[in-house]
Design a protein around this ligand. Structure first.
Ligand SMILES: C[S@@+](CC[C@H](N)C(=O)[O-])C[C@H]1O[C@@H](n2cnc3c(N)ncnc32)[C@H](O)[C@@H]1O
Length: 278
């Protein structure tokens, strides 16, 4: 029987090892003052595995490759909701999609939600694209969405949402909500199949390069740079920029900035950049 009290202690040496492992696996930099957060997130898992201490768990993750995914699931922060930061969605709806459509007759608009969490961002974009398609029948689109956490990618694939994740969408855009979110027999809502069939979800670490040669007309990489140092942000940007099509748009999160690392991008407005093809 594991003593629960033993798990009240995460000593500094073990914490330091855990945060360097988190950095090595995900690029996430965890501050020294976040020990209780890390401890709180790992505690249940250590107990479930009947290990006696965080030190034992650290060794377990090192030895057992298959424990890396559950570990990553626990240490990532996956907060998200539909139409987060309304300003950027207005920009996509009123500027990005119409301008792209006019310049690219007959082509397929392609977008990537690059740290998608549970998929609310990718599905918000899908809903705007489908709405645009409903008005412009020859418009076509496809959306890729990825995350490092296997747990959230599974949720993306299901496309079923409830509670806080849909609350502001439901209140602020009731007509769009009732058209594209279909109520199930309980309090949950499924994304409309017309939108779902345009989605492709996969696991991907932003510190590795996407294998295919495809480029994207729009890349959303929002509320993930905050977890990286500026040197690591630069590494990620260097891997992402080749995936952005000429004149493609890249959008970051509300509390993020590319100041000092934005070479190759021209600022369109706050949070919104265009690939600088000159
Ligand atoms: C706070 S959520 C952001 C979700 C969404 N983009 C939004 O803005 O609402 C951050 C996501 O980044 C993912 N993440 C963290 N490090 C990553 C990495 N190295 N590669 C891919 N995804 C990562 C986490 O798993 C988490 O789901």
């Amino acid at each position: 029987m594991v003593s629960v009290d033993a798990l009240d202690i995460l000593d500094d040496a073990c914490f330091t090892k855990l945060i360097s492992l988190i950095h090595a696996l995900t690029g996430i930099t965890i501050a020294k003052n976040r020990k209780s957060m890390v401890q709180g997130r790992l505690r249940k898992r250590v107990l479930a595995l009947s290990l006696k201490s965080y030190e034992e768990y650290f060794e377990f993750v090192q030895i057992h490759d298959e424990e890396r995914k559950p570990f990553i699931d626990l240490v990532t922060t996956n907060e998200t909701y539909f139409f987060r930061t309304p300003r950027i969605w207005s920009h996509i709806e009123s500027q990005t999609l119409p301008a792209w459509y006019q310049r690219n007759p007959g082509k397929v608009f392609s977008a990537w939600s690059a740290a998608a969490s549970t998929g609310e961002e990718a599905h918000s974009l899908g809903i705007l694209c489908q709405q645009f398609k409903d008005k412009n029948v020859s418009f076509n689109y496809e959306i890729s969405a990825s995350d490092i956490s296997q747990r959230v990618v599974k949720v993306c694939r299901e496309g079923v949402y409830q509670g806080r994740s849909i609350e502001s969408f439901r209140n602020s855009m009731p007509e769009t909500f009732s058209k594209y979110m279909l109520q199930n027999s309980d309090e949950t809502f499924s994304v409309h199949p017309d939108v779902k069939r345009k989605m492709n979800f996969f696991e991907h670490n932003l510190f590795t390069s996407l294998k295919d040669k495809k480029t994207y007309d729009l890349i959303l990489i929002r509320n993930v740079f905050i977890y990286f140092t500026s040197a690591d942000q630069r590494k990620v940007l260097d891997l992402i920029l080749p995936k952005l099509a000429a004149d493609g748009i890249l959008i970051i999160g509300e509390s993020e900035s590319l100041t000092g690392i934005s070479s190759g991008l021209a600022k369109v407005e706050n949070l919104i950049y265009r690939k600088d093809s000159r």
